[in-house]
Ligand binder design. Structure first.
Ligand code: ADP
Ligand code: MG
Ligand code: ZN
Length: 592
């Protein structure tokens, strides 16, 4: 074996520790050792630990400590290349089986596998399930099988990989080889799907804490979200790298283009781009400083950039789990990072509509996934607390989310809810949101007149809430199933069984005061903002040598000084201390 020829005299515990230091680590991260030891004693393992938790080390070590080749199934070729290069640099015999091998290389690999010359073999699920491949592997000695990103088994939509559902072939082919399934997130349902689908044999489930305290969670109501995004990019994360997620490919391209036009360098990424375009944009993002990546969720799995400082959701994520996973791409280095999500009533309705189109049943207007997401978004109190409840983790108020930071105020809106529900009852649910609000506000619009809204008793009786307030209330009622929508375009409202309890005053409806991230206003500010972002990028590039503090840079951005003397005046740094080359590069940014 590769690491210790005299391994037979060493106690297994010492073996794992000796091997750990070969990898250059001093101690195990949580769960790593337990997982390795289960695999060494032939147990199947389901390992759930957050991104950055060090899951790869588990199959790497266990493969080396067991006899035979470790087979690792991973969804992304680029990730596998990275792993192979890394392992080879440590002297591990790692190989990748993929279609880019020429026949000669493929023969060499087959030979090496047959002669026990490979420690770890990486391949994609597509490759593994090919009859010729699995057939060949069934004749060689396999130490273990690892399935990385195992949540793909239960994933639909953009990241869906049908081959993942055929991985039961592993147990069928290697019934006595331990299998480890790894993922960054999996709720109870997904866990059992993984176990079932892979036919794991009473697996040991290990799951680590999901609390990523360094990520600030901000959930904001949408109000011209592009301008809110600009505000955020300029005022909160200027010059830093991050990801902006959108649901549609079209909005990905539009937002990236609009940002670029404003001088904020951004890339984009979605599944209909060519592979070379995708790779190129991902590489630019990885290598760059202050890059904004606008993407669908096609971008993300295995994002291995440790200094992603922010993740923005312009649209609703597909589930709590994907939300958690997506925001988890920020702050992998453990330094402070921000996660911002924008949404509004329209997003709720769009999602319900989308699910209806996908063949949802009328009595169940929402899938469990979306219902959980809505509940999370409309929940009271600390955001992180509500988020982690979904992973069965109980924490105290976090102090690092919009709710904790704003000391957000709640108000009892039961009476308003009763008014709204009765109005919906009166109008048979056929009146659109805007008109309902006009009636409550007592506004005589054409539409209100056309349905004779003035004659309804509630006309003008709902001035206690603003337009936005009413919309928040509707969201809340939808999220908690006190109200639902129907009709081909989900434009009709339906009272539910639960509506009655509100109308009868049996339950209280408590609303959190909405939080809106401010939005950027004048295009002129946008130019200044672009300058500021450039200056910040310059700062992150030069911060080790830079003479300027953030405060001084702010002064420079505002004053746009044209000479050394004016920089000196603005910053208070004596001219003699202003280093030539550095200041020159800063001038270039200011004045092109
Ligand atoms: P995951 O797959 O769980 O997201 P990775 O396997 O990619 O995480 O590991 C994340 C980082 O943690 C890597 O840079 C890896 O080198 C590092 N790492 C893994 N195990 C340890 C350890 N025991 N001590 C320190 N760093 C570790
Ligand atoms: Mg991983
Ligand atoms: Zn909190």
């Amino acid at each position: 074996m590769w690491f210790l020829s005299e391994s037979w005299i060493i106690h297994p515990m010492d073996k794992t520790h000796a091997l750990l230091s070969k990898f250059g680590f001093e101690k195990f991260k949580p769960l790593q050792q337990e997982a390795v030891e289960f695999l060494l004693s032939d147990k199947d393992v389901l390992l759930i630990s957050p991104t950055g938790g060090g899951k790869s080390l588990v199959y790497q070590m266990a493969s080396l400590l067991r006899d035979g080749v470790g087979i690792v199934v991973s969804p992304l070729i680029a990730l596998m290349h990275q792993q192979v290069d890394y392992l080879r640099s440590l002297g591990v015999k790692a190989e990748l089986l993929n279609s880019s091998l020429n026949p000669g290389e493929q023969d060499d690999l087959m030979w090496a596998l047959r002669h026990n010359q490979v420690d770890i073999l990486f391949l994609s699920p597509e490759k593994l399930i090919q009859p010729s491949v699995i057939g060949f592997l069934s004749y060689i000695k396999v130490s273990l099988c690892a399935v990385d990103e195992a949540h793909c088994i239960a994933q639909w939509g953009e990241g869906f990989r049908p081959e993942y559902s055929q991985l039961n072939i592993i147990k069928d082919t290697f019934p006595s080889v331990p299998v480890i399934a790894m993922t960054g997130t999996a709720d109870a349902e997904t866990q059992s799907l993984i176990v079932e689908s892979l036919k794991l044999d009473t697996p040991k489930t290990l799951s680590g804490s999901f609390n990523r305290e360094n990520i600030e969670i901000v959930i904001s109501q949408k109000k011209q979200s592009f301008k809110q995004l600009l505000y955020f990019l300029v005022h909160e994360v200027a010059g830093e790298s991050g990801i902006v997620y959108c649901r549609s490919r079209k909005s990905v391209e539009t937002i990236a283009q609009n940002l670029n036009e404003l001088g904020l360098t951004s890339r984009y990424y979605h599944s209909s781009m060519s592979n070379s375009e995708k790779e190129n944009n991902a590489r630019l993002f990885y290598e760059g400083i202050g890059e904004v990546m606008v993407a669908t969720t096609a971008f993300g799995m295995g994002v291995d950039k440790s200094d992603v400082r922010f993740v923005v959701h312009m649209d609703l994520p597909t589930s709590i789990e994907s939300y958690y996973q997506e925001i988890g791409r920020a702050g992998r280095d453990g330094n402070p990072a921000k996660a911002v999500l924008f949404y509004g009533l329209q997003d709720f309705i769009k999602l319900i509509q989308f699910e209806n189109d996908m063949g949802g049943k009328d009595e169940e207007p929402l899938s469990i996934k979306s219902a959980k997401l809505f509940t999370f978004l409309e929940s009271r109190g600390c955001r992180r607390k509500s988020l982690l409840e979904n992973f069965n983790e109980l924490i105290e108020d976090c102090g690092n989310c919009d709710r904790c930071k704003m000391m957000s105020s709640e108000h009892n809106v039961t009476v308003a809810a009763q008014k709204l529900l009765s109005l919906i009852y009166h109008t048979k649910g056929l009146v659109p949101v805007s008109t309902l609000i006009h009636i409550l506000h007592g506004k005589l619009t054409t539409k209100v007149k056309s349905i004779n809204g003035m004659s309804i008793g509630l006309f003008g009786k709902g001035k206690e809430l603003t337009d936005i307030g009413w919309k928040s209330l509707i969201r809340k009622l939808l999220a908690e199933n006190y109200l639902s929508v129907a009709g081909e375009y989900c434009t009709d409202f339906l009272l539910t069984q639960k509506s009655k309890s509100v109308l009868r005053g049996e339950v209280q409806i408590i609303l959190n005061k909405d939080f809106h991230l401010p939005s950027m206003k004048e295009p002129k500010i946008e130019q200044e903002a672009a300058n500021w972002i450039e200056i910040m990028k310059w700062h992150y590039k030069n911060h080790q040598t830079s003479a300027f503090s953030l405060y001084q840079l702010r002064k420079i951005a505002e004053g746009m000084p044209k000479s050394l003397a004016s920089i000196s005046r603005l910053t208070g740094i004596p001219i003699t201390k202003l280093e030539g080359e550095e200041v020159h590069s800063l001038f270039k940014i200011l004045h092109g």
